[in-house]
Design a protein. Structure first.
Lengths: 168, 96
């Protein structure tokens, strides 16, 4: 574990998990697929290897995504490397990430959710940047009309929480 | 993702060679069962242990509400090798 690291806290995402983020599903549905790269191992030029996200952290993430979005796909681990200082070869860092892929409704509320998640993961796992990707996905197919009906927000819809504060 | 995303082509599948597939073991005459299973892991401690076992397999898997897991035969072997307690939701393989 890294110095200052703490367990991931899914409770901070609860205010952002508004019903609107849950994805529409079925032929013709348009969704955003978010892929969150969770670091599990990192190592430096010195050969020292440190664990980052624990199995408990990953299980909490799995449970949270199931509760908020209905489910997720956990993909093959991805290796990565880079130099913190491109001029300093000794600043090489290597890491392994587990990608968590989640479908969400293509609305601003989904972006806010994942921005807050990114912030929480960066703080809990003591990471400079947790990579969160967003891709647009159209579920193609020949079928009957789309089950998805678009609508504007209603006054009775729960209000979105404000965007997470940005570090100065 | 929703559970229905885990659906597979119900037509007979070709058995891949050399990957330890259980298809041939579960196959009936003229049909091959996809090497896919749905299980439930009710206990939280077991789910944490399962996370480690499934990551070691390093192949994609899915999970949905209700602590359901959509796994392949190699995932199932990893869970069974570690003695992780789970419940079958889909029909278990013939040798299970």
């Amino acid at each position: 574990m890294l110095e200052g690291q703490r367990p991931f806290n899914p409770e901070v995402l609860t205010p952002y998990a508004v019903p609107d983020v849950r994805p529409p599903m079925g032929i013709g549905a348009l969704v955003w697929r978010y892929t969150v790269l969770i670091p599990t191992v990192e190592g430096g030029h010195d050969g020292e290897v440190r664990s980052v996200a624990t199995e408990m952290d990953l299980e909490r993430l799995r449970q949270m995504f199931c509760a908020h979005f209905g489910g997720l796909t956990i993909l093959n681990r991805i290796p990565g490397y880079g130099w913190r200082d491109p001029q300093d070869l000794a600043s090489l860092e290597l890491n392994l990430h587990v990608p968590f892929a989640v479908y969400a409704r293509p609305v601003t509320a989904s972006d806010r959710y994942f921005e807050r998640l990114q912030q929480e993961l960066q703080e809990a796992l003591v990471q400079g940047l947790i990579t969160v990707e967003r891709q647009e996905v159209l579920l193609l197919g020949r079928s009957t009309a789309s089950p998805v009906t678009r609508r504007l927000p209603r006054p009775t819809d729960p209000a979105l929480p404000p965007p997470p504060p940005q570090p100065s | 993702m929703q559970e229905r995303q885990m659906s597979f082509d119900p037509r007979p599948q070709e058995t891949a060679s050399g990957n330890g597939s259980q298809n041939s073991q579960a196959a009936g005459e003229g049909t091959r069962r996809p090497d896919l299973y749905v299980i439930r892991i009710p206990d939280e401690k077991e789910r944490v242990r399962a996370m480690g076992a499934l990551l070691d397999v390093n192949e994609p898997w899915v999970s949905t509400v209700g602590n359901l897991y959509g796994l392949n035969g190699r995932h199932m072997k990893a869970l069974q090798a570690r003695g992780i307690a789970f419940e079958w939701v889909s029909k278990p393989p013939a040798h299970a």
